[in-house]
Design a protein around this ligand. Structure first.
Ligand code: SAM
Length: 247
């Protein structure tokens, strides 16, 4: 059986997404490595280098990492700041947050990173609060993306930055066909092998297909009120990072 996402109403999408991440939380980090061949680490490192958080304890610089799951982005940002920055990981799924909390504790980062339950569409944070907002492989899962983008802008300070890493449209001839074959067949098969269930990964592949192209997504970010919006492709467009500013 498949989740049949193509026929699912928008209102039910969040419940199905939640189910997927409850099921995979404990194996989530391992699956990321297997399915991307470790590439997700390279993309995340590139995103965090681009963000270049300040390395001064006096800066009181604060990140909000939305759909932050087990804390991959927040952890990298804190390390990059020489452990001087602070981060809140916000995710709608308590199972993912709890894996993240354990991981942060083992890394001695419990003081620097707070894990907080919340929905990207209705962030439980005040206006103009954060210096940067990141969302990695998360926005694709949110039912109302324009709403999440407006919320991102709301919680950012003036001069704050928005960074989004997401699977995108492959723009290298040849690679697109190899990638299609890999994702439609290999990813659900690997998911089944490691977690005992291929359905969540079938969903993953389908949600990547439906996500807007680089140009269209950049336009959506502009429509939410961000300025100087741009993007860069990683690995031929398998992933792309979009950035924008709130002025
Ligand atoms: N950012 C992490 C990373 O890159 O490893 C986790 C990405 S994981 C593929 C997607 C995450 O989005 C899951 O942890 C899921 O619970 C979360 N999520 C899905 N819908 C959400 C929503 N509406 N608001 C906040 N988080 C959401």
């Amino acid at each position: 059986t498949s989740f049949g996402f193509t026929t699912v109403a928008e209102g039910q999408k969040q419940a199905l997404v939640d189910d997927v991440f409850h099921k995979v939380a404990s194996r989530y980090d391992l699956m990321n490595d297997l399915m991307s061949g470790g590439l997700h680490r390279v993309w995340k490192d590139a995103m965090v280098s681009f963000l270049a958080p300040p390395k001064s304890p006096a800066s009181s610089w604060q990140l909000l990492d939305v759909a932050g799951g087990t804390g991959d982005i927040a952890t990298r940002v804190i390390e990059k700041s020489n452990r001087t920055a602070r981060a809140i990981v916000c995710d709608i799924n308590e199972s993912m947050l709890s894996v993240g909390r354990d991981r942060a504790e083992k890394a001695g980062l419990s003081d620097a990173i707070t894990f907080s339950l919340g929905n990207a569409e209705e962030l439980p944070f005040p206006d103009k609060h954060f210096d940067a907002y990141t969302i990695a492989f998360g926005i694709r899962n949110v039912p109302d993306i324009p709403k999440a983008l407006r919320e991102a802008r709301r919680v950012l300070k003036r001069g704050g930055r928005f960074l989004c890493l997401e699977f995108s449209e492959v723009d290298v001839p040849g690679l697109d066909r190899i990638y299609d074959g890999f994702s439609f067949n290999a990813i659900p098969a690997m998911g089944k092998w490691v977690t005992g269930d291929g359905d969540p990964y079938q969903y993953l592949v389908e949600s990547i297909r439906k996500f807007p192209s680089q140009e269209r997504f950049a336009e959506m970010i502009r429509e939410a009120g961000f300025e100087r919006v741009s993007y860069r492709n990683y690995s031929g467009g398998i992933a792309a990072m979009h950035t924008g500013w709130k002025f």
